[in-house]
Design a protein around this ligand. Structure first.
Ligand code: ADP
Ligand code: ADP
Ligand code: MG
Length: 672
């Protein structure tokens, strides 16, 4: 067995790999760039080596620097994680030549499968169902249009070297093919340094279902069932689950068999994933094979009990696969939510900065029959930088049924406190509450279908709004009683006070009457306008970020933020501002004028911190709705800024190459 493994990666996956190596008694070496000097993976590893400047192209992606680190630490094996060098055949080959084990598949498998065009050809030959389309490189826009028209719209324009949902565009018309081709090409060039593009049929309303495979160096390959990853945004997975709620046992078996056949055809000898797109009628088509550990591998580990990293290490060391296909069972249901530093309220723009507060829900290792697992590379105080993927963590739940795993996820998300940067937890919570998620009626279009205008927070039911108003009244009461004590006004109970309470929510007033309280205010009784009584029990104290307790026996967990007048409450993906007044205060507050927002509609603002990589308009230009005015490069994505309406460019305030802050004015416009 290996003595020392170097992990050529960062973040949560580096931490994940260190855990298994430690369990196996193997020493670990972390590598890090400037931005990761005090990162968790560096602290967790036995040794760490600095490899250069923050941009991955100057550190994590530089093969020579990794080789130097291997030499200096005498590591005898390398785990590449995912992304970075994980699917780089040249890297795997160099290691092989130097007699250092690569904890991944053989070089040929990476070469063949690492390229979408080549792998599709290969799969086709191996009699695996592939997506209809043109299997070859497309030279220019004219050819792209011709091929798209042959295949029939809609089509998917893809980068052959693509990954992580990048370098990919859907086109419904020839115009969209032209712009999509250009954008995909330039995104592919900047992300992968390879701008070969191909086109295939866009399968409408499909589900993304993939098969985990595992092989050894002795010709054995098994599969570990499927994961469904249909909840995607911009072709990037957001929520995954295992098993899939859609597959029939027959389709599962057929997909498993094709995945194993494909893996065997490339002598696959590690953990890998064969991705399929599945249509409404359970027809499935091969998309690509990822020759590495996948981000969402934990859900498979949870339902099968297999440690995939351990299996990868074992097979890289030459061990015989210790598992047979019959050993693999499906135990319960697992869900993974990718917690991203992306602000759902600002069209999911990456948000960078320091995690001023970071309190994840408690991980339970087999608490009864439920598990919460968190894979992360950050702690409170860590910084999410613009250099790498904005992932904060992967939150997984495991329970006997899909419903129970969903409930556990909803609760865990509700308890997850992240402050200092924008994050997608409210959005993930909203998905868990969504009827279509609950019934398993999902496709890869789910997010676009259900949130066509972006996400403004989940709509809460009237019942939920009343519960939250009651929470607010409870908190207000606890605070009042504490203030009375602090001011030393004798015993608070001796002071007569008004018992009427008015909670204002969304310009609506909900009135209550405080009936009774327990000694420590942990229990209070409220009467509503219909003379119904509510009993509230909670040990909330002023400053606590989470209100948890029972209202009429219903268990509620909500996140609380104090505002100048009341509370901002996050619950089930919805956000409510609630103020609690006495009768008189409520009367006065009705007289307060509403604060008007400044009119910024005359400006095109920078929607995210990034680089102005091109600007296509000048002063005096007339621009039509839908026209691209400039492109902002952030987090390795090219984001086209599009005019929302016909307008005249009054002034251009920035130039190409400018580094922009959030909300900086780029262009001033005039609209009729
Ligand atoms: P797919 O390529 O099918 O989307 P995954 O969902 O497993 O597969 O995502 C892998 C992607 O994660 C990579 O292509 C890369 O963009 C991104 N990535 C690479 N390294 C890291 C990292 N250390 N932390 C977070 N994300 C990463
Ligand atoms: P990546 O390497 O970026 O993961 P994939 O080829 O795996 O690229 O595609 C990513 C996602 O894009 C898929 O999960 C699916 O949702 C969508 N997609 C890709 N190809 C097609 C297609 N032909 N039809 C419909 N959706 C597709
Ligand atoms: Mg993929």
């Amino acid at each position: 067995m290996f003595k020392k493994i170097l992990i050529a990666n960062r973040g949560e996956i580096a931490c994940r790999i260190i855990k298994t190596a430690r369990k196996m008694g193997i020493k670990t070496v972390a590598v890090y760039a400037d931005a990761d000097k005090s990162a968790l993976h560096v602290k967790m590893a036995d040794e760490s080596i600095y490899i250069g400047e923050s941009p991955a192209s100057k550190s994590y992606l530089v093969i020579d620097k990794i080789l130097e680190a291997i030499e200096n630490t005498q590591a005898d094996a390398v785990h590449p994680g995912y992304g970075f060098l994980s699917e780089n055949a040249a890297f795997a080959k160099t290691l092989k030549d130097k007699n250092i084990a690569f904890i991944g598949p053989n070089v040929t498998a990476i070469e063949v499968m690492g390229d979408k065009i080549e792998s599709k050809k290969f799969a086709d030959n191996a009699k695996v169902n592939t997506v209809p389309g043109h299997i070859g490189v497309i030279e220019d826009i004219d050819e792209a249009i011709k091929i798209a028209e042959n295949i029939g719209y809609p089509v998917m324009i893809k980068a052959s070297a693509g990954g992580g949902g990048k370098g990919m565009r859907i086109a419904y018309t020839s115009d969209e093919v032209s712009t999509g081709y250009e954008l995909a090409k330039s995104e592919a060039k900047s992300s992968f340094g390879d701008d070969r593009i191909f086109i295939e049929k866009f399968i409408v309303e499909p589900r993304h279902i993939e098969i985990q495979v595992l092989g050894d160096k002795h010709g054995n390959v098994i599969h570990l069932n499927e994961r469904e990853c249909s909840i995607q945004r911009r072709n990037q997975k957001v929520v995954e689950e295992a098993p899939s709620s859609f597959l029939t046992p027959k389709t599962r078996e057929e997909m498993g068999a094709q995945a194993v056949a494909l893996a065997k055809a490339v002598d696959y000898d590690s953990a890998g994933t064969v991705e399929f797109i599945v249509d409404k009628n359970q027809n499935f088509y091969f998309l690509e094979m990822n020759t590495r550990l996948q981000v969402e591998h934990p859900v498979t580990e949870l339902i099968t009990g297999v440690d995939l990293v351990e299996q990868m290490i074992l097979s890289a060391s030459g061990a015989l696969l210790g598992l047979q296909q019959e050993d693999i069972t499906i135990n319960g249901w697992a869900i993974e939510s990718r917690v991203y530093a992306e602000d759902p309220f600002r069209n999911f723009l990456p948000s960078i900065g320091r995690l001023t507060k970071y309190i994840p829900p408690k991980q339970s290792i087999n608490d009864g029959n439920k598990i919460i697992r968190i894979d992360t590379g950050v702690v409170e105080g860590s910084e999410i930088t613009m250099f790498y993927d904005p992932m904060i963590s992967k939150l997984c739940t495991h329970a006997p049924t899909r419903e129970a795993a969903t409930d556990l996820m909803a609760e865990a998300l509700g308890r997850y406190i992240v402050k200092g940067i924008g994050h997608n937890i409210p959005f993930l919570s909203a998905i868990m509450e969504h009827e279509r998620w609950k019934t398993g009626d999902i496709t890869t279009q789910f997010i676009e279908d259900e949130y066509p205008d972006g996400f403004q927070g989940a709509q809460l039911s009237n019942q939920d709004i009343i519960y939250l108003a009651i929470c607010a009244v409870h908190m207000d009461h606890v605070e009042n009683q504490r203030k009375r004590k602090i001011s030393g006004q004798m015993n608070s109970h001796a002071i007569p006070f008004e018992t009427a309470r008015v909670a204002t929510v969304n310009n609506q007033e909900i009135s209550f009457n405080l009936m009774s309280e327990g000694n420590d205010y942990q229990t209070i009784t409220l009467e509503n306008e219909n003379k119904h009584h509510h009993t509230i029990t909670s040990n909330w104290y002023p400053g606590a970020a989470i209100w948890q307790g029972k209202i009429d026996g219903i268990h509620i967990v909500a996140q609380i933020q104090m505002t100048s007048l009341g509370y901002k409450i996050h619950y089930k993906g919805g956000i409510l501002d609630i103020c609690v007044y006495t009768q008189r205060e409520a009367e006065l507050s009705r007289l307060m004028p509403e604060k008007l927002q400044a009119d910024m509609s005359r400006f095109i603002l920078c929607p995210m911190p990034g680089l102005l990589s091109s600007i296509s308009v000048k002063e005096g230009d007339h621009v039509e709705a839908g026209q691209t005015v400039c492109i902002i490069e952030a987090m390795k994505m090219e984001n086209a800024i599009i005019a929302e309406q016909n307008c005249l460019i009054k002034s251009v305030r920035k130039v190409k190459g400018d580094s922009l802050q959030l909300d900086e004015i780029i262009i001033e416009i005039e609209c009729k």
